[in-house]
Design a protein around this ligand. Sequence first.
Ligand code: S3P
Length: 170
Amino acid sequence: MGLNRETIFLIGFMGSGKTTVGQELAKELGYEFKDLDAFIVESVEKTIPEIFTKYGEKGFRKLEKKALKELTVKSNVVATGGGVIETEGTLGWMRNNGIAIFLDAPFDILYERIKEDKNRPLSSIGEKELLGRYEKRKPLYDQAPFAVDTNEKTVQQIVQEIHLLLKKKE
Ligand code: S3P
């Protein structure tokens, strides 16, 4: 296929299915799957909550930006963290060095999925604060050249939709 095996970045809020979709998309395209959070956890040998406690969100964002660049390798599907786009330069990086795809879903659904998750430090900041984050980030996610509405779709449907978008791009 004529995708030139460019890195594919999945972006979107916490709970939008970036990891699950990314794993299946990688299989479909014959790409490698990489999870940005998992890569950071492995490189610093700390969990995401530990990193937030030790270095703060700011410290985490620095590690995240560095990891994003390291995972920008041909034939990688990268599931990013929901907040990566808050860091200056990351959106531009993804646009210039691969294909960014936004997995869109309504806030209420995302909130239900993440609210009890102890491995996501931001899930405990409260619904109102999270909605604030979502609203701040949405215009940034919208800058991705591709978006898929994931609402009420199966993982396979989402993967097929992405595959079709990529084929049209060729
Ligand atoms: C974050 C999202 C998380 C993880 C960290 C911060 C965010 O990734 O990077 O907890 O700021 O939205 P997921 O989007 O995979 O949950």
